[in-house]
Structures are given as structure tokens and as C-alpha cells.
Design a protein. Structure first.
Length: 376
């Protein structure tokens, strides 16, 4: 029926006008190939607070869940026994200092008297030896005092790193011991924070081959975009800092680490995120709008272009990935091709068309001249 109507129209008014289509002229451009990988945030530093001496917890000197600084006091243990040992060692030092003063005076007098033969040389030698013995005793007492001050200092448990501290596993009055398996608390440093991701070794192998072939340029300095659990974009960009040198045999993937600034501490350890990592830079790449590429019944990607004669030509194309709303073309289309993106339902291969570049308004049709008034 349509054919009969077409013939009638063609016989009545001549050949139908070319169909109007909208085209996009393909141009080469440089694109960064990215891959979105899932991962989890981890603290850049984590320290377990443990006691180095045993004792009863007298006070907690921090707020659970708050921020602490390295060296800040966290727990105060009972230091009665440690202070008694330190005081005893201090008294030994004072005793040794007094003995040294006496031995020094005796040795000095003996040294002067031996010159005039007022004392024997043996007595002078004994006095000098006693002086050296007193000096050694003082050093030994000072070392004992230093050793007694060590557990006294450990009675105040301090933070080994700066960061956020979790809940305390002990309360006031609890007995703690050196080397106990349970930490008193855990401190995590979260600025910057790590995002641990993994990428398939097959993908990395393909990227290495493309880089070696020169079709892909490495882009190590490109920042990494982070997407949060709720789908929103994270404010700060990260950078890829570490790649494992071996493949995990259980997953067949390579571990990657991204360092992300976290001044607001919005990212928390254990949080699920997605990281968009740049794999390489493709120069002179051809990007085709997705509405201009379709699939035939065999699953082959096809596209319609306008050739130099102004007629429709079908192309079989090969695409590798989507970049935004466009396909990255590997073969089948070249720079300068006019890809048809609108009006595909009205055309067929070999038919003439009137092409208009997308974004450019078509020329207005000429209005017919007004008819002259009839003469009376």
C-alpha cells in the first residue's frame, strides 16, 4: 500500500524530497580512560594503646571518640609503688654523692701529703682508688634512679600517634598488666585516609600491552575521584600512591592504594566508596554519540553516516567502552565522518538525505511570494 502511495505521489509531484537528518561530524580528541573500582576506606595510621607496667587505673584523661595528640596523657595508673622505688633510688644517689665528696677530699689531701712524705705511697694509692670507687658508685646510683623513673613514667599512659580515639576497654579501678592481649583503646589517624581498591590482573595486562604498543599513554599524575556510599561526589580528590607487586591468587586482582585528604573526617574507616582511577590517556580518539550507534540482530554494532555524495552509508563499528554519553570507537568510524544521530527511522542505506549539523539550526524555507491582486 505504501509503495502504491509512493508511486502515486511520485507520478503526481515527482521524486520525494530527501529526508532530513541530524549529523555529528566526528573529530579526534584526547580522552582519559578511567575505571571505577569499589573499595573501602582505611585509617592511614592505627595504634593500639597498651600499658607497659601493671597497676590500677586511677583516671581516664581523654574523651572517648574525640581527637588526641601524640604524647597526650590518656590513662593514669596508681604510681605509689613506682614512686617509692624512685625515691629510694634518689636517696641512693644522694648517699653516693656524699661518699664521692668525702673520697675526693681524702684523695686531695693524700696527694699533697705524699709529696712531703707525710703519708706512704700505699696509703695515697688507696685514697685514689677509693675516689674512683666512689665515682663508679655514683654512676651506678644514677643509673638505678633512671631505671626507677622508667616505670614511674609508664604509669601515665600516653598517645603514641595523633588521631581519633575510640571507646575505652577499661574503666576506672580496673587492673591492667604489661603485655595484656586487650588494648586499652585504639587510635586511628584519618587525615589523610587510605582507600584500598583492587583491579583485575587481566585489565592491567591489557593496559600494559596498549602502553607498550603506543596506543595509550600512562597518566600517573591524574587525580582520583571518590564517590561516597550515597552516590554523591566527595569534595577532595585522591592520588594513587601504591600498587601491590603480586596478584592475589584467591581473587586474581592487584591491590591498589589511594591517598585521600580527609580534613573534615567525613570518610571513616570501613566505609564503602568507589574510586574512579585513570588507566591511561588515548590520543586522537574517536567518540561517537550513543544514539548514533545501534545493534543489529547478530549483536554487531552499526552506524549510519552521510558519505561525500550526500547518501546514507552503513558502517560496522567496534566500540570498547562508554565515556559519558558517548562510545569510544576502536574501528569502523574515522575523523570527519558525519554520523547520523537523528532521523534514523526515515532512512535506508543508499538513500539521499539532507544533513544538518547538530546544534545548528536548519536554514528557513523560502516563503512563496504573495499573489498579485486580480485586475477588475
Amino acid at each position: 500500500m505504501l509503495a502504491a502511495c509512493g508511486k502515486g505521489d511520485e507520478q503526481a509531484g515527482g521524486a520525494p524530497p530527501p529526508a532530513e537528518v541530524t549529523v555529528v561530524t566526528l573529530k579526534p580528541q584526547t580522552v582519559v580512560l578511567t575505571r571505577e573500582l569499589s573499595g573501602r576506606a582505611e585509617a592511614s595510621q592505627e595504634a593500639e594503646v597498651r600499658p607497659q607496667v601493671g597497676g590500677i587505673v586511677e583516671r581516664l584523661l581523654f574523651t572517648e571518640g574525640g581527637s588526641v595528640r601524640a604524647g597526650q596523657a590518656l590513662y593514669q595508673l596508681d604510681q605509689t609503688a613506682f614512686r617509692a622505688d624512685a625515691n629510694s633510688a634518689q636517696a641512693s644517689v644522694a648517699r653516693a654523692q656524699a661518699a664521692l665528696t668525702s673520697a675526693r677530699l681524702t684523695a686531695k689531701r693524700s696527694g699533697e701529703l705524699v709529696k712531703i712524705d707525710a703519708v706512704s705511697r700505699q696509703d695515697n694509692d688507696n685514697a685514689q682508688a677509693a675516689l674512683r670507687q666512689a665515682e663508679a658508685d655514683l654512676r651506678s646510683a644514677q643509673a638505678a634512679l633512671q631505671g626507677a623513673n622508667v616505670p614511674l613514667g609508664f604509669a601515665r599512659v600516653t598517645a603514641p600517634i595523633s588521631g581519633r580515639i575510640g571507646r575505652s576497654n577499661v574503666t576506672r579501678g580496673a587492673l591492667v598488666t604489661a603485655g595484656q592481649p586487650t588494648p586499652l583503646a585504639v587510635i586511628q589517624s584519618m587525615d589523610p585516609i587510605y582507600v584500598e581498591i583492587s583491579q583485575s590482573s587481566t585489565e592491567l595486562l591489557q593496559l600494559r600491552r596498549e602502553i607498550d604498543a603506543g596506543t595509550l599513554q600512562p597518566t600517573d599524575s591524574v587525580p582520583v575521584d571518590i564517590t561516597l556510599e550515597d552516590g554523591s561526589a566527595y569534595t577532595h580528590q585522591g592520588r594513587l600512591s601504591f600498587a601491590e607487586t603480586m596478584v592475589d591468587p584467591t581473587t586474581g586482582a592487584v591491590a591498589l592504594r589511594v591517598i585521600v585528604p580527609n580534613p573534615e573526617q567525613l570518610l571513616l574507616p570501613g566505609m564503602f566508596v568507589r574510586a574512579k582511577v585513570a588507566n591511561g590517556e588515548r590520543r586522537n580518539a574517536i567518540l561517537a554519540p550513543q544514539q548514533g550507534v545501534s545493534r543489529d540482530p547478530r549483536g554487531q554494532a552499526t552506524a549510519m553516516v552521510v558519505n561525500a555524495d550526500g547518501k546514507v552509508a552503513a558502517r560496522e563499528v567496534k566500540v570498547s567502552r562508554a565515556i559519558g554519553d558517548k562510545w569510544l570507537v576502536e574501528s569502523g568510524l574515522a575523523a570527519g565522518d558525519k554520523l547520523i544521530v537523528e532521523g534514523l527511522q526515515k532512512i535506508r542505506p543508499g538513500a539521499p538525505v539532507q544533513a544538518t549539523e547538530q546544534g545548528i539550526a536548519p536554514p528557513a524555507a523560502a516563503k512563496p511570494a504573495a499573489a498579485a491582486p486580480a485586475a477588475k
